[in-house]
Design a protein around this ligand. Structure first.
Ligand SMILES: Cc1ncc(COP(=O)(O)O)c(C=O)c1O
Length: 389
């Protein structure tokens, strides 16, 4: 008799990882393979982080466990970062270091909600939220946002939700649309959540990667929000798997107990690197120069890609993705992703990963790579569009 596989594990795959696998397995390609699928900077981590790792590589303690909530040095460095970037007081005890923000989301789902609770998120939106909710027996409530309204999530849209959700996840800058909330918009959403008793989860992982005004944290406007962040994007440390949660006091112990039992502690050398990166102004200078490059990459793609391929979606104000409206060239983003990978040697992500219903006519391009790669991708895509449409 076949033993069962739980229905909780019947998740859609995180499609970008499927594309990544196909790309990694491609042997020698006639032209260099261009990686525009992953949200992964091609830049190295900040030098202070690398130097700290090198200094500690032979310390036995750097290869052991740490406190489950993170080393004292790292949690203190993260707390100071909130004072510097947003002018808010965060106590080091409110900081919980996680294995990437990805596992942080699962921890938040398990500590804040009961099975069957409903959590609202935008479509298009980051698909792992929805997939993780399903595996935690939570019910995603997809709130469709419109390109015409610059993909904005408004309180009017939230008011129309029936029933009122138990939780709401927002991201600014958002993946895949690159929409950035103003301080006023964020404050309004925070107020709505507090009034309605909705637990707000604010994904701030793309903070620092913006092309306009400074980012705002939900901590500036709410005392009950769960704030999620990570060293993956701004600090270019995706492979270190180092994230954090800023939690209200009453959730710190439940989250800590979950961490103790789930993963004991995050990678120790990476925590040493993270603390060194955050405390050194040189890191910010170095990372800001990468953000300047992302902006050049974005402008290059927007300038050189044919209008027919980019369509009418608004251009990104933050993060490092272009969400292209490919409706004039294809109705099947999965098929187009395959064509781009197999014929043009460009890895991209189909829009259905972010919006099951409308993403057949959308494609996400990451511009976190080198400017040369962006220029080459623009040339190949333009030639393909000219020949095939
Ligand atoms: C919006 C968003 N949140 C969270 C994550 C998870 O990142 P990590 O687990 O590396 O912190 C990603 C990764 O691409 C993302 O785009």
């Amino acid at each position: 008799m076949a033993l069962r596989v739980s229905s909780r594990s019947e998740l859609p795959s995180f499609m970008v990882m499927d594309v990544l696998e196909k790309a990694e397995r491609m042997k020698a390609t006639p032209q260099p393979l261009l990686r525009l699928e992953m949200g992964q900077p091609s830049s190295p981590p900040p030098k202070p982080a690398l130097d700290a790792m090198m200094r500690h590589i032979h310390d036995t303690s750097a290869h052991g466990y740490t406190l489950s909530r993170g080393t004292i040095e790292l949690t203190e460095a993260i707390a100071r970062h909130y004072g510097r970037w947003y002018g808010v007081d965060v106590k080091p005890e409110q900081v919980l270091v996680t294995v990437g923000s990805s596992l942080g989301f699962m921890m938040v789902f398990l500590t804040c909600f009961e099975a069957g609770d409903k959590i609202a998120m935008t479509a298009p939106g980051y698909s792992a939220y929805r997939n993780l909710m399903l595996s935690a027996s939570l019910e995603p409530m997809l709130v469709e946002c419109a390109a015409k309204q610059n993909w904005r999530l408004t309180v009017e849209t939230l008011e129309a939700l029936d029933p009122v959700p138990d939780g709401l996840i927002i991201a600014s800058p958002a993946n895949p649309t690159g929409v950035v909330m103003t301080g006023d918009e964020l404050a309004e959403i925070c107020r709505w959540c507090e009034k309605k008793g909705v637990r707000l989860i604010s994904d701030e992982i793309y903070h620092g990667i913006g092309f306009g005004d400074a980012d705002h944290s939900a901590l500036q406007y709410s005392s009950s929000a769960m704030v999620m962040n990570s060293f993956s994007k701004y600090f270019a440390m995706t492979g270190h798997r180092l994230g954090w949660i800023i939690a209200p006091d009453n959730l710190v112990d439940p989250l800590d107990r979950l961490a103790q039992n789930c993963f004991i502690s995050a990678n120790t050398l990476s925590q040493i690197a993270g603390a060194a990166a955050m405390d050194n102004p040189d890191s910010y200078r170095e990372m800001d120069s990468h953000v300047a490059r992302y902006r050049v990459n974005r402008d290059l793609l927007l300038d050189r890609l044919p209008e027919k391929f980019l369509g009418r979606f608004p251009y990104p104000q933050g993060g490092f993705y272009i969400y292209a409206d490919i409706s004039q060239v294809s109705n099947d983003s999965v098929a187009l992703t395959d064509i781009f990978l197999n014929d043009l040697y460009i890895a991209t992500t189909p829009g259905v990963d972010f919006d099951e219903k409308r993403g057949h006519q959308a494609m996400r391009l990451s511009f976190a790579g080198s400017t040369e790669d962006m220029a080459e991708a623009a040339t190949r895509i333009t030639n393909w569009v000219n020949q095939n449409t």
